[in-house]
Write a new protein. Structure first.
Length: 336
């Protein structure tokens, strides 16, 4: 059981016996385990060198076990370091292998994935394997995984992976989607909205992408997706995402900590007003906003009118322009 941290099976047996006996000499251990005294002496010397047992002073050599939580701590740390080194080495070799395969065979650049379950698994794989950044185009409806089912995103965000997501406006009007998006933003997701997005797309670390091949299924067949590795095609998809990201409107969540509250007497929006404005500018209907905020449409319209009066503008278009001019929906600057 402890082979992974450099403790052999016989060493583990001897150590476990000493834990139960507290201390013993080589002959006692040999009798208990059915080993020769010479074998036990060699094992005890090895355990002593690893810091797992200590020599007890006396006429005859006796050994006592070190406390397990103290004794195995350094071995576990070294084991974790070795596993991480091995994981990195395997990852590099796998990339070298794929690179060589791609140079020899162009069909290695794109792999067709068939079936909802297989596509879901690939979405999980690229998120679990991501180290730096995920880019997403999210369209209305879903082919293999609903946005609210993507628990892997929160695990990745927790370990420091950046998520940039462009949502299609129609998707924000689906039941529960505004709250789902706000939940992601509160956990660190950077979200923007566009009137439309051209394709469903997920890109991990700029090295691999997953893109469904059929946009709208009629129920007559299994969905398919392309798994695209480093190539000019992948570079084009990244450029497509960045162009939409630059033009899309930022989405904000109500109660997001980094949003400063409006100062007394100021005209800038507070946290909840930023949330309302981000939905308004994204083109979400008053009805959908009212549903998200659990208020009536009349209340939403009154809040918008109050903002227009405070900003001294006459139309919603002028309000959107003022929001853009003031930079009220810009992402907070990263701490430096």
């Amino acid at each position: 059981m402890l082979d992974a941290i450099g403790v052999t099976g016989d060493e583990e047996r001897v150590y476990r016996l000493l834990v139960g006996m507290f201390d013993a000499g080589p002959h006692q251990v040999a009798d208990q385990l059915g080993l020769s005294p010479a074998q036990v002496s060699a094992i005890l010397r090895s355990l002593h060198a690893k810091g797992l047992v200590s020599l007890v002073a006396g006429d005859e050599p006796r050994y006592a076990p070190s406390p397990p939580d103290v004794a195995f701590g350094p071995l576990l740390m070294r084991g974790q370091e070795s596993l991480e080194w091995a994981r990195t080495a395997v990852s590099r070799m796998a990339e070298e292998y794929r690179g060589g395969a791609r140079r020899r065979d162009a069909t290695q650049l794109v792999e067709v994935i068939t079936g909802s379950a297989a596509i879901r698994q690939q979405l999980t794989n690229i998120q679990v394997g991501a180290r730096n950044e995920l880019l997403w185009f999210c369209r209305a409806g879903h082919i293999a995984m609903a946005s609210g089912e993507n628990a892997d995103e929160y695990d990745a965000l927790a370990r420091g992976v950046r998520y940039r997501v462009v949502y299609e406006r129609a998707m924000l009007e689906e039941p529960g989607m505004i709250e789902n998006v706000a939940h992601g933003i509160r956990h660190g997701e950077e979200a923007r909205s566009s009137t439309v997005v051209p394709v469903r797309l997920a890109i991990a670390d700029g090295t691999i992408a997953l893109c469904p091949l059929v946009q709208n299924l009629d129920g007559s067949g299994e969905p398919t997706a392309a798994l695209i590795r480093e190539s000019s095609l992948l570079a084009a998809l990244i450029a497509l995402f960045e162009s939409y990201w630059e033009r899309a409107w930022p989405l904000r969540a109500d109660g997001t900590p980094q949003d400063a509250e409006r100062t007394p007497g100021g005209t800038g929006p507070d946290r909840d007003e930023r949330h309302l404005l981000s939905l308004l500018v994204a083109g979400v209907t008053d009805k959908a906003i009212a549903t998200r905020l659990a208020v009536s449409q009349r209340t939403v319209q009154r809040r918008i009118h109050d903002l227009m009066s405070r900003m001294r503008v006459q139309t919603r278009m002028q309000l959107a322009w003022e929001v853009s001019r003031q930079g009220w929906l810009d992402e907070p600057a990263a701490a430096g």
